[in-house]
Design a protein around this ligand. Structure first.
Ligand SMILES: *Cc1c(COP(=O)(O)O)cnc(C)c1O
Length: 428
């Protein structure tokens, strides 16, 4: 496989951009592979500067549920483009988007648009704190909610330790207000609430975690969280930045039948343009400025191009339920193919899948939490990933990410991928 152009672009990029990339995972750290510099993409394929073609399972890390360059989405962006790119004023488009989101997700009665998932979760926390008058937030080990200060915190050593920052630059003062519990472990949540219950403004959770690889919450865990937060007067914040419109048009929350106070969105609702949103119960959302005192703003929020891409994506998903059936079917075939391949060569593999989100963990044990996820053999994963890329299959360079199927993927794509996977597994 030719790589000269990507290698030289990467070397030069490293001189001008920290690590050569604008988001860390793109650098393929922890592998010996130079990231392909992407020149264009269409449908299920990405094409790099060296002329290589890949079947894409990254899908820009989640947004591209319809595949790259979907004709109708492109058309709607084009139409919007000629009417001006931003006004900093209210538009009918924003109302249409808000109605689409509120009609799709039952718990969301009002919604505010922002420009990224990070902004959505950050603002949701401020709202939860402003609404409850409390300072602390409880999150789960291995759940990612973007890079705002309060959320860049992982578990301390003991169950009742205060959070420690994950990154230099996050102050201990900030991280002290972020508590961490274990995913799918209600006891760890109860322990935090018995110690700090009256100070906890909200619990934030990825309902189907995607950022430690795919790990779904159990039904009992989700039910328990709703019950505990209610009992203590804390808000339940469901981060559907990845799962929203991905695992169901009505959100992962519809699969669990859970009724959160606030929901965060991103990725798919932007249709490939930079968008985030947070919404929830009217009584809570009315606290946001200018309706209420909790300040939050954005020069480009509700941007006309982003709204048009998002609206057209959501409408396509809403009006063609066969899309989710297609995604589920293809992802199911891939799941089975990977399992069969691993069994054939005696490689321990646990595949977690919810709809079109899937992770193949290189471990023989069930993966239900951060602790069980990190038992995976990441060196094996990197070998697998490298062998797949060599065969034109573009997957996450990290074991701890989801793989995404889009509507543009075909059964033939999946069969080719399974053949490549068998070949890669054989070499491990
Ligand atoms: C991607 C993601 C975010 C952050 O969104 P950005 O648009 O990258 O800021 C937050 N939460 C979850 C669950 C995500 O998957």
């Amino acid at each position: 496989m030719k790589r000269e152009k990507s290698i030289s672009l990467f070397e030069e990029s490293k001189k001008y951009i920290p690590g050569g990339v604008n988001s860390p995972v793109r650098a393929f750290r922890g592998t010996n592979v130079t990231p392909p510099f992407i020149k264009s993409a269409k449908g299920s394929r990405v094409f790099d500067e060296d002329g290589n073609e890949f079947i894409d399972y990254i899908g820009s890390w989640g947004p591209l549920i319809l595949g790259h360059g979907h004709e109708e989405v492109i058309k709607s962006i084009q139409d919007a483009l000629y009417k001006g790119t931003t006004y900093g004023a209210p538009t009918a488009n924003e109302l249409e988007m808000a109605k689409l989101v509120c009609n799709a997700v039952k718990s969301v009665e009002m919604v505010r648009m922002v420009n990224s998932g990070t902004e959505a979760t950050m603002s949701a926390l401020r709202l939860a704190r402003g609404y409850t008058g409390r300072s602390m937030i409880l999150k789960f080990s291995g759940n990612y909610h973007g890079h705002s200060d309060s959320l860049l915190v992982k578990a301390g050593s003991g169950a009742l330790t205060h959070g420690v920052p994950d990154s230099p630059g996050v102050t201990v003062d900030v991280s002290r207000n972020t508590l961490t519990a274990e995913y799918n472990d209600l006891e760890s949540v109860r322990a935090m609430f018995s110690a700090y219950g009256s100070d906890i403004a909200g619990v934030i959770i990825e309902p189907v975690a995607g950022n430690m690889g795919v790990v779904p919450a159990s039904q009992a865990f989700m039910d328990g969280l709703r019950e505990i937060t209610k009992a203590y007067g804390a808000l339940l914040i469901i981060d559907e930045v990845m799962t929203g419109f991905r695992v169901s048009y009505h959100g992962a929350q519809s699969l669990y039948g859970v009724d959160p106070d606030i929901t965060c969105f991103g990725k798919i609702i932007g249709g490939g343009l930079p968008v985030g949103a947070y919404g929830g119960k009217k009584e809570i959302m009315q606290k946001i400025s200018p309706a209420g005192p909790v300040y939050q703003a954005g020069t480009l929020s509700g941007n006309p191009l982003a709204m048009s891409a998002g609206i057209s994506t959501l409408k396509i998903l809403r009006d063609r339920p066969e899309i989710y059936a297609h995604l589920d079917k293809l992802a199911g075939i891939l799941e089975e193919g990977l399992k069969k391949g691993a069994a054939k060569y005696g490689i321990p593999l646990t595949v977690n899948r919810v709809g079109s989100m899937l992770t193949a963990f290189f471990t023989g044990e069930p993966v239900t939490s951060f602790e069980t996820a990190i038992k995976s053999d990441t060196a094996k994963y990197v070998k697998f990933f490298t062998a797949m890329l060599e065969q034109g299959i573009y997957m996450s360079p990290s074991q701890y990410e989801a793989l995404f199927i889009s509507y543009a993927h075909t059964e033939e794509d999946i069969q080719r991928t399974i053949e490549a996977a068998e070949n890669a597994l054989k070499q491990l």
